[in-house]
Design a binder for this molecule. Structure first.
Ligand code: GLY
Length: 369
C-alpha cells in the first residue's frame, strides 16, 4: 500500500501551489517541510513583473513569466475564495526609472527590445515619472511604465496557500526530508529526520535552493539576497518602482499596509545567511538616490533569502532524477510569479494532462551542467 499519491518536498510558494492544485485535481498529497513558507518565499518581494525583469538573452524565461502572469488573476480569485485570505494583489504596474545617462541608455535599449516583442511599455520623461510618483527624486531622468505588471504580498500568499491546501484535504508534515527513497530506478517516497518514511507513487522536489542536497543531479545553487522592509505612510508610492543607479539595480514594492519592500542584493556566497552592513548600505544608498524620502521611514526588517539559481536562469520543471520524481525548482528570481504556471504543469505531469507550452523550455534534463 502506498501512503499518498504524491509527496511534495518543500512548502514554499512553488511546492504549496503545486500541492494545492494537485489536491484539487483529486490526488492525495502530503507536503513535507519543517517550517512552510520560511525559505525564499519569506524573503520574496512578490513582483509579478516578467516585462520589467526581462533580460535580452532570456526570451524563454520571459515567455514563461508572461504565461504565468496571465494565470495569476484566476489563481488569485480561487486562492482567496478557498482560503478566505486577501493576498494584497495589486496591478498598478511597474515604473522603471533611470538615474544616470548610462541608466537612461539601458532603459532605451530595454524599451526597444520590449517593443520588438510586442510588449506594452510606455516611455516617460522624468517629469511624467514624478507626476505618477511624486516621491521620486528630481534627478530621475526618465522611465518606462509596464502597466501590465502586478504584485502580491508573498507572506499573505503563503498563509492563503496553507489554508487552501489543508481545507482541500491536503496533509502537511512538519518535518525535514533527509533522503529520497528509491527502489531500483523508481521513487517510493521520502525518509524524514524523525526516521519515519512517507511512501508515495510520486515525489515532487520543490525544495528551492536545498533541492540539490536531495537530488544531486539537479543543478540548483543558492543565490543570496538581502532585502529590507521599511514602514511608512500608505500612499508613499502607488506602484512598484524599479531603477538603476549607475548600473546597480534596486526595487521598491509598496504594500496596502504602508510597508515598502526594498531589494535586493544578488550574491554568490552559498548559504551565507548574514545580513551585512555593506548589503544594507548599498540597498539604502541606491534607493535613496531614486526616492530620497525613504530615509525618513522606519527600517522594520532585514532578511536574507536564497534564490534557487540554475545555470541558464530557467527553472527545472518536469520528470527528473528517477522514475516517479518531478522537479519543480530552480525558480531563481521568479518563484512567486511562476507559481501558477508551475503548479499547472506539475499537475499535468502528475495526471497526464496538457503541459503548458511555455514550460517545455524548463525540462530538467535539457543538458545543463
Ligand atoms: N525577484 C526579485 C529578486 O530576486 O530580488
Amino acid at each position: 500500500m502506498r501512503g499518498y499519491d504524491v509527496v511534495v518536498v518543500g512548502g514554499g510558494v512553488v511546492g504549496l501551489s503545486a500541492a494545492w492544485r494537485a489536491v484539487r485535481g483529486g490526488l492525495s498529497v502530503a507536503v513535507v517541510d519543517p517550517d512552510p513558507g520560511a525559505g525564499a518565499s519569506h524573503a520574496a518581494a512578490g513582483m509579478l513583473a516578467p516585462v520589467s525583469e526581462v533580460t535580452y538573452t532570456e526570451e524563454p524565461l520571459l515567455r514563461l513569466g508572461l504565461a504565468s502572469l496571465e494565470r495569476w488573476p484566476s489563481f488569485r480569485d480561487e486562492l482567496q475564495e478557498e482560503s478566505g485570505v486577501d493576498i494584497d494583489y495589486r496591478a498598478e504596474g511597474t515604473l522603471e526609472v533611470a538615474y544616470g545617462p548610462d541608466d537612461m541608455a539601458y532603459l532605451e535599449d530595454l524599451a526597444a527590445f520590449e517593443e520588438t516583442l510586442g510588449l506594452p511599455v510606455e516611455r516617460l520623461t522624468g517629469r511624467e515619472c514624478r507626476k505618477l510618483e511624486p516621491m521620486l527624486s528630481p534627478s530621475v531622468r526618465g522611465g518606462l511604465l509596464a502597466a501590465g505588471d502586478a504584485w502580491v504580498n508573498p507572506r499573505l500568499v503563503m498563509r492563503a496557500l496553507l489554508a487552501a491546501f489543508e481545507r482541500a484535504g491536503g496533509t502537511l508534515v512538519r518535518d525535514r526530508v533527509t533522503e529520497l527513497v528509491v527502489d531500483g530506478d523508481e521513487a517510493r517516497g521520502v525518509r524524514l529526520a524523525s526516521g519515519e518514511e512517507r511512501t508515495a507513487d510520486r515525489v515532487v522536489i520543490a525544495a528551492g535552493s536545498w533541492s540539490a542536497s536531495l537530488a544531486p543531479g539537479l543543478p540548483v545553487r543558492p543565490v543570496k539576497g538581502q532585502i529590507l522592509r521599511l514602514r511608512g505612510p500608505k500612499d508613499f508610492l502607488s506602484r512598484c518602482v524599479r531603477g538603476k543607479v549607475h548600473g546597480s539595480p534596486a526595487y521598491l514594492v509598496p504594500r496596502g499596509d504602508g510597508e515598502i519592500t526594498l531589494g535586493a542584493t544578488v550574491e554568490e556566497l552559498g548559504f551565507d545567511d548574514r545580513v551585512t552592513a555593506g548589503g544594507v548600505y548599498e540597498l539604502l544608498r541606491d534607493a535613496r538616490e531614486l526616492v530620497p524620502g525613504i530615509t525618513e521611514l522606519e527600517l522594520a526588517e532585514t532578511t536574507v533569502g536564497f534564490r534557487p539559481g540554475t545555470p541558464d536562469n530557467l527553472p527545472l520543471i518536469g520528470p527528473a532524477v528517477a522514475r516517479g520524481v518531478i522537479a519543480a525548482t530552480g525558480h531563481h528570481r521568479g518563484g512567486v510569479l511562476l507559481a501558477p504556471v508551475t503548479a499547472e504543469a506539475v499537475t499535468a505531469f502528475l495526471t497526464g494532462g496538457d503541459v503548458p507550452d511555455a514550460v517545455r523550455s524548463c525540462d530538467p534534463e535539457r543538458g545543463l551542467r
